[in-house]
Design a protein. Structure first.
Length: 396
């Protein structure tokens, strides 16, 4: 009997070690395999957009046609940013050269004041460039871009105005949840310049967004329109979601990512708590799929017969990896891994040479406008690569 028990223990231990090693290998492979794939796919993307006359900035591939964008479009920083991440993930200098070329085509954006998106445009391109290449000139561009973004801050409202007034919607001072992402540029600019006014704008914006932009269940509206005189709320609407009172998926991801970055920059616990609570909304939502990649709106009545949004998934995964280093309220890393596993599967990751050579399929730009529905989008790829980098860092 004792012998039998001993034999059983030996077999059980061997099985455990084997399965542990197998799991470990799986984890290593999913990062390395995705990096190798991303490099091959973006090599093809770079080749396919080469034009002897001009530099072209790709955003999407729709109905067999590549969609290019001008520097002023809100997504112009993501392609250069993805090139920086591929450089960081592969260590191959050729990616650095490409990243520099596509970053510096955005030079004029440091002066752009037409909307709040300068944070995305400059942060993802020059921000990563400064982090990885240390070019001092990039620092000045980031500070100048923060000055441009700050022109949209009205102290009587206490928020950065995302979009210009829109009389057809009766919007006077519209602020969207996406704006939380642009705060990183302001925090960086204070670190680089020593000028605390950028930091102060960022925390005031973040505090007022907690106050007015979140519902009691910690989901967020998309657009809040404020009075420009005194900052009172005039309207609560959506622009890209299913309805004013629904939870547009990418907006939930922007808000969560935004509060995690605010916590990174300030160490203020209330930002961490905001992100944790907003994540509970998602975790407990009956329409949140088991595989972790959200439908385009958590409250779309057609669920499950409607579109997923890979971009909402990749933004969320990247945010969750960072949060896992600050909080163990849930197993955030396991949650992020689940999303990355799904996005890496043939359900979401394109075959080599297809999908316009973007990495991920199945994102949604704006379903109510029938614009960019179920297509690749450069920002889905950007946050997927960032998530891989964060996952890789966690393993170190
Ligand atoms: N920031 C615009 C969007 O997420 O579609």
């Amino acid at each position: 009997m004792k012998k039998l028990l001993f034999l059983y223990c030996v077999i059980f231990s061997v099985f455990c070690v084997e399965s542990c090693q197998h799991k470990k290998t799986d984890k290593v492979n999913i990062i390395d395999e995705n990096i190798a794939f991303a490099a091959d796919q973006y090599e093809l993307l770079l080749q396919s957009i080469e034009d002897p006359e001009k530099l072209l900035n790709p955003k999407s591939f729709i109905d067999g046609e590549m969609k290019f964008i001008p520097p002023q479009e809100w997504t112009s920083g993501f392609f250069p940013g993805s090139l920086w991440y591929i450089y960081e993930l592969t260590g191959d200098e050729k990616w650095k050269n490409a990243a520099i070329k596509y970053t510096e085509m955005l030079d004029t954006i440091q002066y752009y004041t037409g909307n709040h998106d300068v944070g995305f445009m400059i942060g993802c391109s020059y921000g990563n460039g400064y982090r990885l290449a240390g070019n001092e000139n990039y620092k000045d561009i980031i500070v100048q871009a923060a000055k441009s973004l700050s022109t949209r801050y009205n102290p009587s409202v206490g928020l950065i105005q995302s979009w210009n007034a829109n009389p057809s919607k009766d919007w006077e001072y519209p602020v969207i949840i996406d704006n939380m992402m642009n705060l990183e540029l302001l925090f960086d600019a204070t670190e680089f310049s020593g000028d605390s006014s950028f930091y102060n704008i960022a925390v005031t914006h973040a505090d007022n967004t907690i106050k007015h932009h979140y519902r009691s269940d910690y989901s967020t509206w998309h657009v809040i329109d404020y009075s420009k005189e005194d900052g009172t709320v005039r309207h609560r609407n959506t622009h890209q979601g299913y309805a004013d009172e629904s939870a547009w998926a990418r907006g939930q991801s922007w808000g969560i990512y935004g509060y995690i970055l605010c916590y990174r920059k300030t160490k203020d616990q209330k930002y961490l708590a905001q992100a944790e609570k907003a994540l509970e909304f998602i975790a407990n939502h009956p329409n949140y799929p088991e595989d972790g990649v959200p439908y385009w709106d958590y409250d779309a009545p057609e669920v499950p017969d409607t579109y997923r949004d890979a971009s909402a998934g990749s933004i969320l995964a990247s945010a969750l990896y960072e949060l896992s280093t600050y909080s163990n309220k849930r197993n955030y890393q396991e949650w992020a891994d689940k999303i990355i596993n799904t996005l890496s599967s043939p359900d979401f990751r394109a075959p080599l040479g297809e999908n316009g050579n973007f990495i991920l399929m199945h994102s949604v730009g704006s379903l109510p406008h029938n614009s960019e529905v179920d297509v690749p989008l450069n920002y889905a790829d950007y946050y997927f690569l960032e998530a891989l980098k964060r996952k890789k860092d966690l393993k170190k």
